[in-house]
Design a protein around this ligand. Structure first.
Ligand code: TRP
Length: 347
């Protein structure tokens, strides 16, 4: 069986370091490992519109930003097909058929839908399209016959729901759809990188993100303003690592070689943590080190992103061709689906 990746992001803003360690970095590693026959990376504009119907300009603008973030992060258009969801009409058709295989109660139980509905204060004003997006996501995944879906941990309920749809479809109409597996980041701390304010999630609306497109001075300012242990007042005070974003970011980004380069008094992050917990290590020093680490990690991404910005027309042409290839692939799957469902009347 072909090994195929399908994944994507909503274009509601620029991608940030939480996206990067949570999934983007791994997508690039999977891409470069060369074990996949086909890789599709989707900019999920139709899904973004499910709660942005009044803001089409926002979605449109962020197509460009997300495409730049992808290639900046190392998604290679030679190896991965980058495309835009709404340009593949088969996805919408599949969604309609899958809607018949899912109960309203099942979608209502989806924890991610619940959490987002609460965050957006939908109460009685939830758009039907938004309610159905887990079903449309199952269409995205199955249309490409994806075997692997590298995503952030918050997408776990979407994958579960997709797998149920696949099982049900195949049980009713015969073995047709491919059962996908979720692929999560292996480093635990990367699953949910907190915001710079220490809040559980990095999110644009909370203004607590470090973006992949942030200039180096912006990154430095954000790092230096990060929340740490509020009880760690004097340098000599013992500090706590628990929920301390500065150390969580170091867990996500630091490599031992950065100590050799920037802070040779420690050999490993564990040594540095022990000193912090003992007392005698100030937050400013830790933040300065984190800033150096982040600058090293983000500089190549920012540089590549800028190079692509200079060739924006080329990038859009690449995406246009990606849309055509995605459309072709999804059409193949749809003809299998239509046949299985006995709605292939004239073939
Ligand atoms: N839900 C994803 C997000 O919030 C975007 C997305 C849409 C997606 N369809 C998908 C991700 C299919 C993986 C597979 O960013």
């Amino acid at each position: 069986m072909k090994q195929i990746i399908l994944t994507g992001d909503r274009p509601t803003g620029c991608l940030h370091v939480g996206h990067y360690v949570g999934s983007l970095k791994q997508r690039v590693e999977l891409q470069n490992a060369g074990k996949y026959d086909e890789i599709y990376i989707m900019i999920a504009d139709a899904q973004a519109l499910t709660d942005n119907a009044e803001h089409p300009e926002r979605v449109r603008h962020n197509i460009r930003e997300v495409a730049l973030d992808y290639v900046g992060s190392g998604i290679d258009p030679e190896k991965s097909v980058i495309f835009i969801q709404s340009t593949v009409p088969e996805l919408h058709e599949l969604t309609v058929y899958y809607m018949n295989l899912v109960t309203v109660a099942r979608v209502q139980r989806n924890p991610t839908v619940k959490a987002e509905a609460a965050q957006k204060n939908f109460e009685t004003r939830m758009p039907v399209g938004f309610f159905c997006y887990p079903i449309s996501q199952a269409a995205d995944i199955t249309a490409f016959q994806a075997t692997a879906v590298p995503v952030g941990e918050d997408q776990t309920p979407m994958l579960e729901q997709c797998r149920e749809i696949v099982a049900r479809f195949n049980a009713i109409y015969g073995e047709t759809l491919v059962m996908p597996e979720i692929v999560l980041a292996t480093n635990k701390v990367c699953l949910r990188l907190p915001g710079i304010d220490g809040k559980a999630k990095m999110s644009k609306s909370l203004g607590n993100c470090i973006y992949l497109s942030d200039e180096s001075d912006v990154v430095r300012e954000k790092v230096m303003s990060m929340f740490t242990d509020p009880k760690h007042i004097r340098v000599s005070d013992p500090g706590s690592l628990e929920g301390n974003p500065v150390f969580l970011y170091l867990d996500a980004f630091c490599k031992d070689e950065y100590f050799v380069e920037f802070l040779p008094e420690y050999a490993t992050l564990d040594e540095m943590k022990a000193h912090y917990q003992r007392g005698g290590l100030g937050d400013v020093k830790v933040k300065k080190f984190l800033n150096q680490v982040l600058q090293e990690e983000l500089a190549p991404i920012r540089k590549r992103r800028k190079q692509w910005e200079q060739r924006e027309a080329d990038l859009m042409e690449i995406v246009r061709q990606g849309c055509a290839r995605a459309h072709e692939k999804a059409a193949e799957t749809l003809s299998l689906v239509r046949h299985a469902m006995q709605i292939d009347y004239f073939s």
